[in-house]
Design a protein around this ligand. Structure first.
Ligand SMILES: [Zn+2]
Ligand SMILES: [Zn+2]
Length: 247
């Protein structure tokens, strides 16, 4: 009996020891030790870490720029000052979310690509979700576009702020050809300019991407580009097998 007790105690000791060696608490600490280089581009205010075959990104989906959608009593409120004369604010206001994106570290082309869902299809470097080219099931963005604020985002009825098109604050601060985020399938999303030339839909495949070397992936990678024309970010679904997003 004594021997068994001692043995059990030793196991507890080993378990406790190994867990104290890994004292990084992924819920409160950003563990960048094994984060792939490209994923280090996320704002440091986001919690990004590796969990098995996935990069996990936790986001409140609150933009790091001003917006009329913060509501006039919020410090981040800024009245609309964009260029769309038809701008009409929608009734929704930004509210803090609690999103967990799980994105494959090693993306792989899907054998039968899936359509993108309504709601988040990826996450931009400031934590704001990317949404697809629809306002509702098979409904184009036509009317929604007039509610995009000066940075091209707006909140949905749940208060989730999101981008369907070029996130103007990011392309202004990071560059029009810069890495801007990732879709859920793990493939990166780049801006609308490449090698000094505007990317158009005709430069891209049905999923709205193509493959070549980029600054973050010198050996080449499939990547999406945001263009000025519908479908803007993603085309006929995810090129790769998507991870998950929960809140
Ligand atoms: Zn929307
Ligand atoms: Zn490209």
């Amino acid at each position: 009996m004594k021997v068994i007790f001692g043995f059990a105690f030793a196991i507890v000791g080993i378990v406790a020891c190994s867990s104290s060696n890994e004292s990084v608490d992924p819920t409160t600490t950003t563990n960048t030790t094994t984060l792939p280089t490209a994923f280090k581009a996320f704002n440091s205010s986001l919690n990004a870490y590796v969990d098995g075959d996935y990069v996990v990104i936790k986001s409140t989906a609150t933009p790091d720029h001003k917006s009329p959608y913060f509501g006039s009593s919020n410090a981040n409120y800024e009245a609309y000052n964009g260029t769309n004369s038809k701008f009409a604010i929608n009734p929704n206001r930004i509210s803090t979310q609690n999103y967990t994106f799980r994105i494959p570290i090693t993306p792989a082309k899907a054998s039968s690509p899936q359509a993108t869902p309504l709601g988040p299809i990826g996450v931009s470097l400031n934590g704001v979700p990317f949404y697809n080219q629809y306002a509702g099931p098979n409904t184009p963005l036509t009317n929604e576009i007039n509610s995009f604020d000066q940075y091209n985002g707006h909140p949905d009825p749940s208060g989730t702020y999101h981008y369907h098109v070029e996130p103007l604050y990011l392309t202004k601060t990071k560059g029009t050809g810069a890495l801007l985020g990732f879709l859920l399938d793990g493939y990166p999303v780049y801006g609308p300019v490449e090698n000094g030339k505007k990317v158009t839909n005709s430069d891209l495949d049905a999923y709205h991407g193509h493959s070549h070397a980029t600054a973050e992936y010198p050996n080449g990678i499939y990547h999406y580009h945001i263009t000025a024309e519908d479908p803007y970010i993603s085309g006929s679904g995810f090129y790769g097998k998507p991870g998950t997003v929960t809140k």
